[in-house]
Write a protein that binds this ligand. Sequence first.
Ligand code: F6R
Length: 237
Amino acid sequence: AEVVIVPSAAEAGEIAADAIAAQVSSRADSVLGLATGSTPLTTWKALAALSLDLSRVRGFALDEYVGLPAGHPENYRSVITREVVEPLGLTPSLVRVPGDDGPAQGAGERYEDAIVAAGGVDLQILGIGRTGHIGFNEPGSSLASLTRVKTLTQQTRIDNARFFPSLEDVPTHCITQGLGTILRARHLVLLAFGSAKAAAVAAALEGAVSAGTPGSVVQLHPRVTVILDEDAAADLE
Ligand code: F6R
């Protein structure tokens, strides 16, 4: 992987936004893989500042909670609409979220088919959880896994409780692209900020490739850009 260490999350976002801009200028209907959570926010902000026409860009979210009502503000569909589609001028119908087309039964296969039909993901934005997850592939996820329903770990529910009134309101299940799905994207851009991510980043980039360290699958991919602030990079050799 190419590892870039910058002083701030804002600068990291500018680098990631430049990578997206280069991708979209090569093809206006490029396919982006979209992460939610706090990490990509500086990327979306920097991308918005470039004022590109992104109306033909297609998007596939990494994951979605299972069990939140459709209009719930923390639904990843709502989050993507609020934080990505509207500020960046994407076309809502061109952005997909796992499970957005009907019952959870079969939703994983349908999402995989939709990604293939779109020609695959050109550039996948990734964050990483403290548990080492990418998407919601928690430790123990098969390295070849595809989009499916998973249980969230208690640690991840605690980490995401900041978006909900209380821990009990955080869903217990999600539908997430698999590690195998993520590996099919042509370019992975992994961002991480803050000391809470340092151990997960070091394990992913320098540890053994294993299902116990889901982020370590980036070591199997030929084109990975990792953009870190100094705190997130602190445990690297
Ligand atoms: C979100 C996702 C997760 C997050 C990770 C980090 O779609 O797939 O893997 O990227 O939980 O979350 P933040 O960025 O909030 O620290």
